[in-house]
Design a protein around this ligand. Sequence first.
Ligand SMILES: Nc1ncnc2c1ncn2[C@@H]1O[C@H](COP(=O)(O)OP(=O)(O)O)[C@@H](O)[C@H]1O
Ligand SMILES: O=C(O)C(=O)C[C@H](O)[C@H](O)COP(=O)(O)O
Length: 383
Amino acid sequence: MTAVAPAPPPDSRSRDVDVVCLGESMVTFRPSGPGRLADVPSFDRGIGGAESNVACALARAGHRTRWVSRVGADGFGDHLVDAISSYGVDTSAVRRDPDRPTGVYFRTPGERAIDVSPRRGTDGHLAEVLYYRSGSAASAMAPGKAVRAAARSGRILHLTGITAALSAGCLALMRELTTRHPGRPLVSFDVNYRVGLWQGTTNGPDVLAELARGCDLVFVGEDEAAAAWGLRDAAAVRAALPEPEVLVVKRGAAGATVYARREAGDGALETSTPRPADAVVSAPALRVDVVAPVGAGDAFAAGFLSGTLRGLTLHERLRHGHLMAAAALTAPGDLGEPPRRAHADRWAALDADGWERLRLGPGWTGCPAEAEDRSARVEDHTA
Ligand SMILES: Nc1ncnc2c1ncn2[C@@H]1O[C@H](COP(=O)(O)OP(=O)(O)O)[C@@H](O)[C@H]1O
Ligand SMILES: O=C(O)C(=O)C[C@H](O)[C@H](O)COP(=O)(O)O
């Protein structure tokens, strides 16, 4: 068996980026027209992967980001590295594996089932998600000196629960990276409970809770907290997960609530000794004409992380999360084009009425040259 090609030495780039995102990305195939996977004859290729989605959105928002992963030494691996690099993400720590393939997944439009017994059928609004990632290059990630150094090369390390489900080696790596020790980067974790990836195991939810407890900033959907842990609302999630300094509970279109130790609140990136009391801040989501729900959670995390890096208030961080999510929701694939920072800052500072009047529609795709055009599509009645 051929050895995995070594990545460049990472030591020279200690903390040289704002955010490192570590996890598997896949080439994604979405049906070119309506229908079930059993029926549709052709697909559009894209890229997907929770962590690289966050990296791409953060890079578009002007932050220095690095994606750490493994892909096959194949054409799909080339495509992923090229596509993710084109967003401005550093891919120098991505290793190419000549023996294992790049992961692939097929997905129809609609919401993802996060319940083991989804209430709606595939002819309703639930997506069919078919993974071809077992034995993939990324699933061979495991603890090691190079990956550890790369993971620690930013101010923030962003991880998700998806990685923990990929293999025993990936789980061991996640456990290592979420172990608390002095001097580590701020560790951010999106629970991303993927029922399909945990099938055949009984302890997925326990593992996810264990990993979340080792992190500084945790994102979870109220629906996935209910499906994974049987917790009924945001307050119950906080009661069950008091360890993270910052906990964000998302409620889709209804908004999101952040619980933060007071020291971790406005302005601070680094956190300090927890106090018993939390700051609790909620913000309603934007009104959005949804094109495709996929990628909204990743985009939300990117917006919140961007606000964290910029030292914005908790309320502004939530609103930047909602704005980034809206960009993803109004694009067909995982990634949308985020609003320009000047616009986002102005909208994030609106009063409740002004925010309520914003409405985002389709059209937030494309390249930076379309920024003016995109901003014109936002019905901003406050100007
Ligand atoms: N229907 C919607 N309208 C407006 N915003 C939404 C809607 N659905 C999701 N969002 C935004 O996307 C964010 C993530 O939603 P969530 O349902 O948790 O996504 P995911 O399931 O992809 O993780 C929400 O916090 C919100 O900002
Ligand atoms: O690896 C997986 O299982 C994935 O699902 C990768 C997906 O491209 C994103 O994670 C989109 O996820 P959402 O933002 O929750 O819609």
